[in-house]
Design a protein around this ligand. Structure first.
Ligand code: ADP
Length: 797
């Protein structure tokens, strides 16, 4: 089927033509035949690189051109991806074809109304969920929803969110076309049935894929055998050397970062020994060296110089980009990777070696990876137009094992997908958001809305559904996030806040319980005679059960509505009068205590504890026992230590310990630091919003840690970090030179400031201080021909 014969906008056909795409691949043709351009829902499960994205793109352009809908919005499309990195990849792919593309992956409590101006909005499932929770208007105008990697509805952590996003959007936009793109799954009919979709499935691939098992010196494919040379001792190295000698590149999937790094080192040596070299690798090495701050970064640079690299989530984003590009350009010959690379990134290679097909699962030992994951890795084999075929190879230790691997992976059926809404905490969070956004008004609404989910579609017993809904509602009511008046369910201010912040209600409860407890202790320390009878918890309770009256916005400290409920005059006066000294606060507040609390919530990913960590963790525990807020119990020791380790790392980060030292101390990579800091930033922001409502006297202390976490600084740098263009490094330099506050900047002489910050930044900082802290009238300084006046005294600070 020729593209030119389809009813598609010209710019799109021209853009495809420029890439040499003029005719549809067979599975794409089937999609068109099954109603792609007539607004039909489709579940498309075809192999990687067989043109799924292109199919979705055609449908979206068809909508945007107004060929499907006649309503107020002729065509607006939402493209949901599982990872932020993929959102950027798709953004680039969709750009430049005559339609407006937007990308929504930012903060989770923003509505991003402006994004509604776009024709296609690319987003992650979490961001889509948060846009829905924030009642973003343009979400009601979506006419075409594309769900990339839709089988992730089965993902343990994130599947429930994706399921609710699909359900809510279908509820909001009745005639919306749904296009679900999935890997091969075991129960496509059931999934398609839920989506009311036609199913398109095919094994067709643009490049042939041969799957086989390597044993001794031979790859056993289904229909042929291939003997290879074995110059090295290890099978994995030999498989890569053989492929490179034949003009190809290899990807090697291993189970851990350590294995990925270990393999790349070994492969680099083998490549050097084989005489392989390429001058272009020197440039890549230089780029990597320039950003290598840790041993890991240096190892990466030196391996890459020989043509072998590794790829995992512990690396910096720039490092990963350089490696990906070096591989796409054909210079890097081998990448060893953890399975994360298989999840979506478009980085094919002639030969994919699936070396570690067993994975450790806590409590169950080493288990085979799911077939779906194997397929995803194997699917990376073969670059369209570049390789004559792709090869996916498993490595066996013996003949018997080789047979087993065929059965276990190559000829095994893919697993079924199932709903993850049965997870209580995920359900609680979704129920809260349904009530908060007024999607539902009472229990009956709730049950009938949830009947639209994949969960109910696959578990038809609705009595079970009523039970779990009842349970979630009771939990939320007891936590004070919702309240029932007659039959009606309302979210309280607190409930609305939690829903907007997009944190798990269980996390919010953990945080608010402890913070309220601290606030109460503070009040007890003060023991204001006149208000002794009012306890902080009483006030907290009043706030908790007060339904939000008008808008969805969250009222600040002791909201006006709630204040009206505080009947006692003495309680009001207490709220006004309580002023605590830093000593009072430090008696109840500690940085590490707060970090421990937040690391303990289900929203925080915590670090794995190695054997080597135990002595350090124990001594840290004894040294800081008094500052910790949560007890360590024998039963949950393993989790508690993970929490302590993560909190310790974060404490190091806000104590300005160098990245390299943190990496060595905790056995992590710079990417891990970035990930835990990013996760903690959101929780600190949430905690500061919760404290504003529940524990107002701790708000400043929480916000300070929030600011320090964002910048990786000690408390003493806070006054300086607030200045524009002053980050952690410059602030530290200023401080160490005796310039400890904006006032000191005003007092400093310009030459001294320029020596510390450079002329340009010094000029900008002076200007800023001058603007924010008073006029400068005495001295004139010339910087880059710009006059900047400087004053020596502050009017007020
Ligand atoms: P998937 O989403 O299934 O991984 P893509 O849609 O990204 O696959 O397509 C993979 C590659 O094949 C892309 O480079 C794309 O431009 C190209 N491609 C897609 N459809 C065709 C076609 N009909 N003819 C030629 N190339 C195509």
């Amino acid at each position: 089927m020729m593209l030119s014969g389809l009813d598609l906008p010209k710019p799109l056909i021209e853009a495809y033509g420029k890439k040499g795409i003029t005719e549809l691949y067979p599975p794409q043709e089937e999609c068109v035949k099954k109603g792609l351009l007539e607004g039909r829902n489709l579940l498309i499960s075809i192999p990687t690189a067989s043109g799924k994205t292109l199919v979705a793109e055609m449908a979206m352009h068809h909508h945007i051109a107004g060929k499907v809908n006649k309503g107020p919005s002729k065509g607006k499309c939402l493209y949901v991806v599982p990872l932020k990195a993929l959102a950027s990849e798709k953004y680039e792919e969709f750009s430049g074809k005559g339609v407006r593309i937007g990308i929504a992956t930012g903060d989770l409590d923003k509505r991003d109304e402006y994004l509604g101006q776009n024709d296609i909005i690319i987003t992650t499932s979490e961001k889509a969920d948060s846009l829905l929770r924030n009642n973003t208007r343009w979400m009601n105008l979506i006419t075409c929803l594309v769900v990339d990697e839709a089988h992730l509805i089965d993902s343990e952590n994130r599947g429930a969110t994706l399921e609710m996003v699909i359900t809510k959007l279908r509820y909001l936009n009745e005639n919306m076309q749904v296009i679900a793109l999935t890997a091969t799954i075991g129960n496509p009919r059931l999934f398609a049935g839920w989506l009311e979709a036609e199913h398109v499935s095919s094994e067709w691939r643009p490049v042939d894929l041969k799957e086989g098992v390597f044993y001794s010196d031979t790859i056993y494919f289904e229909e042929e055998e291939k003997k290879i040379k074995t110059p090295a001792k290890e099978d994995d190295t030999n498989l890569c050397l053989d492929c490179i000698e034949d003009g190809g590149q290899s990807l090697v999937f291993v189970s851990s970062r350590r294995n990925a790094e270990g393999f790349a080192k070994r492969m680099a040596k083998a490549l050097e020994k084989s005489g392989f070299s390429d001058p272009a690798l020197e440039d890549i090495q230089k780029k990597l060296e320039a950003i290598a701050e840790t041993d890991m970064g240096k190892i990466l640079a030196s391996c890459t110089a020989k043509g072998a690299a590794f790829h995992h989530a512990g690396m910096k984003r720039e490092q990963r980009h350089i490696i990906e590009q070096g591989f796409r350009d054909g210079y890097i010959k081998v990448i060893s990777s953890t399975p994360t690379l298989a999840a979506g990134l478009n980085l094919p290679a002639r030969r994919v070696v699936i070396r570690d097909f067993l994975r450790f699962k806590g409590g169950e030992g080493m288990l085979p990876i799911p077939v779906r994951e194997y397929r995803q890795m194997a699917g990376r084999a073969g670059r369209p137009h570049l390789d004559p075929y792709g090869e996916a190879v498993l490595i066996a230790k013996g003949r018997d094992m080789a047979n087993g691997l065929f059965e276990e992976f190559i000829s095994a059926p893919a697993e079924d997908v199932k709903s993850r809404l049965d997870d209580e905490s995920a359900l609680c969070s979704q129920v809260l958001s349904l009530i908060s956004t007024e999607f539902v008004k009472n229990n009956d609404d709730l049950v009938s809305f949830l009947k639209r989910t994949f969960y109910t579609f696959t578990n038809k017993k609705s009595s079970h559904l009523s039970d779990i809904v009842e349970k979630a509602v009771s939990y939320l009511e007891a936590a004070g996030m919702i309240t029932k008046i007659d039959d009606r369910l309302f979210a309280t201010d607190y409930g609305n806040l939690v829903s907007h912040l997009y944190i798990n209600p269980i996390s919010a409860e953990i945080i608010s319980t402890v913070l309220r407890e601290k606030q109460k202790t503070l009040l007890e320390i003060k023991r204001l005679g006149e208000v002794e009878d009012i306890k902080a918890s009483d006030i907290g309770d009043l706030i908790k059960t007060e339904p939000a009256k008008t808008t969805k916005s969250v009222n600040p400290v002791y909201s006006i509505d709630s204040m009206k409920q505080v009947k006692s005059a003495s309680a009001k006066s207490m709220l006004k009068k309580t002023a605590f000294t830093p000593e009072d606060i430090s008696a109840v507040f500690s940085d590490i205590g707060l970090l421990q609390l937040l690391c303990k919530t289900p929203d925080m990913y915590t670090l794995y504890v190695r054997k080597d960590d135990l002595p350090v963790l124990e001594s840290f525990y004894y040294a800081h026992e008094d500052e910790l807020w949560m007890e360590i119990s024998y039963d949950t020791m393993e989790d508690d230590f993970r929490v302590i380790k993560t909190a310790m790392l974060l404490d190091n980060w806000i104590s300005e310990i160098g990245e390299d030292t943190i990496c060595t101390r905790f056995g992590v990579g710079p990417g891990d630091i970035y990930n835990v800091v990013e996760g903690m930033n959101w929780l600190l922001y949430s905690a500061s919003r919760i404290s504003y409502m529940m524990a107002p006297d701790l708000k400043i202390s929480v916000s300070e840690v929030e600011l320090r976490m964002k910048n990786g600084i000690k408390r003493e740098l806070i006054p300086l970090i607030k200045l524009k263009n002053v980050g952690r490094v410059r602030a530290r330099r200023l401080f160490n030179n005796g310039i400890t506050s904006p006032l000191k900047i005003k007092e400093a002489n310009f030459d001294k400031l320029s020596a510390i910050l450079g002329q340009k930044i010094a000029g900008q900082v002076i200007k800023q201080v001058e603007k924010e802290y008073g006029n400068i009238n005495n001295t004139e300084i010339i910087i880059n021909n710009t006059e900047i006046k400087k004053e020596h005294t502050l009017r007020e600070e």
